[in-house]
Every structure is written in C-alpha cells, then in structure tokens.
Design a protein around this ligand. Sequence first.
Ligand code: ZN
Length: 366
Amino acid sequence: MADSRLCNGIIGQQRACRILEATLKAGQFPPMLFTGPIGVGKRTCAIKMAQAANCEAESARPCGKCRPCRTIALLRHPDIKLIVPLPPKRKKSPTETKAEDETANVLQVAVEESQNYLLGKPQPNLDPKRKISIELVRWVRKEMAKPPIMAPHRFFIFLHAHQMTPQAANALLKTLEEPQKQTTFILTTDKPNELFDTIRSRCRLVKFSAIPAGTIQDWLVEKTDTKKEEAVLAAQISNGSPGTALRFLKDPDEFLSAPVKKFFSLPKADTKAILSTMKELQRTPLATVVSTLFFLYHQTLMTKHGLETEYARGEPAIGRKAELCGTDYLRRVMKYLSGRLEDCRMYLNRRLFLYTLLSSLRKPIK
Ligand SMILES: [Zn+2]
C-alpha cells in the first residue's frame, strides 16, 4: 500500500510491515501478537497502528497531524490504552480495605507508567518482578462493556505481555474469546514462549526481527548525526536493536557489567581471579559480558591512538591498559571479541565460553 505511512521510520522490518499494512488496508483488526527482540519497533508499530486506524486524513495515514493522531502519540486518547507491567503492590494496611480504592490506585499508576512509553522515547529497563495484574485486565473488560468514547477503533496495547500473571492471562483469554468489532488487542513480547499457548493461538502473529549491525550503523549516521566511530560501536553492542543502540549512546554505563570492569582493571589475572569473576557473572547474559569487554578495549584502543574519550578520562583503568598493551594486540582483541559477540547468541556451554574468553584476556601483550 503505497499511501500508508505506517512504517515510515521503521528500519529493517519489511516482512512485519507488509502484514500490518495489509491488515490496515482490510480495515479489520484481529487480536495481534508482535514478537521479536527488545527495541526493534514493536511498540512504535502498535501505537502507529492505532493512529492509522483512527486517523482522519484521506490517505497517507497516520498523518501525525490530526487530533486523533496527536492525542494517540501523547497517549492521551481515551480509547487507546497502553497496558504495561507495574511494580508489585504495597502490603495492605488494615485501614485500606475498599476494593474500589485499590483498583483506582492501580489505574492511576498504570496511566502514569504508560507515559514512559511514548512514541520516540527509548524503552525503560524493565524489572522482571513487575507484572500485568488481574486488576488491569478486569478494568479492560469493564471498559469494553461501554462503547468507545470517540474512536472508531479502540485499541488495548499490552507491552511485555509475557509478564502477565496467570490470573490476568486467563481473564484476557476469556476476553479474546468474545471478540468485539470495534475493539482490538495488540500484545507485544520478546519472550513469546512464556505466553499461554491459548493466547498465542488467538492472535495474528507478526514477527519482528533483529536488525543487521550494518543497517543500524548506517541509520545512526544518517538519521541521528552520530559519528561513524561511535555508530560502529553502538551497532555492535545493540544486538540488532536500534533502540538499544540509542540507549547505549546516551548512557554507556547502563550497559557495562561491574564484575567485567573489575576484571578488566586487573593488571594480570590468575586462575583464581578468573574463577571468581565467573562466579560473579553467573546471572549476567553472555552478550553483556562480551559487549562490556568490547567497549572497554575499544576505549583503550582509542586512547592508545591519542583519541581519549570523556569516558576514558573518567576511568583510569583504560589509560593503564593502553600503556600495558600494544596496538596490534588491541586490534587482535577487538577482532576476537567481535567474533565472540556473534557466537554468544548461539547455544553453547556457558562456563566453557566464559573461561575461554577470560583466559584469553588474562594478561596484556605489548
Ligand atoms: Zn491523522
């Protein structure tokens, strides 16, 4: 559909975009499940789908300018709701007994929290303890009993749908079994296997994929004015997610593992140090371990070339490493780590992987 603007600005998701544009063209919106890694465009496409379905423009929808488009972008449209996992409830005090008060509280938090997920905002880090609770789904069911306030197509968009409690999932399943013409559900998740099969099978599946590092790199340079050098690094670390690349550029420290930084700062690591680092890394994803090393050695190489960054200035370990290591060695390490970044996404023996990785970096070479 040439006149749709649904996927403008979405990179590398041609297959998902084709399905969404066909759905929009047909004008019928079954429940949909968007799956794929974090930060590849699932939330953006879900919000834009709600805009496109309700846009007042004759063509090229969503126009982004009409009242529905604008209010949906701000998540202030009364019929378009974003449901996100919320922090666990406080323990009830003996005076708090009214169920209505409790529900009103949950809804208030839900509205406030959804503002963290506005179009164009980088995804906040999500605590796995947060849940989509039964109260939220009950509220959705109550809303559905009333006609939409102003939208032809009402949307409920559930982000991180796998973080639903079993009770919430059962209630949602019941809702999906009683479809309503003017109400659409979009569920997004990076862990579809943690969703109930019964929910998965009720939804039209739209798969989003990880995006090649080269594509992300070019996009960063063209659209966000990032320097080539930084774009290469952010793209490598992003794990196929433009959203992650942007977050990394904003705050590298959020992506760095503390035990890996400690290991990096050792002038020389013996077997004992390697084993104790491995122990500290028990819960850290391998990709984070490798990307932290990649980042630190990259900073070291830049420093070696006299291109010290602000980050390196604040981390004396980088300057020390630059003095201890030769340029050729640092280049070899970068190449090695770049290969490991690919490997660690595949299934392998975690302990062996870590041991080999840390052992090969145990002492600097001139
Ligand atoms: Zn519009």
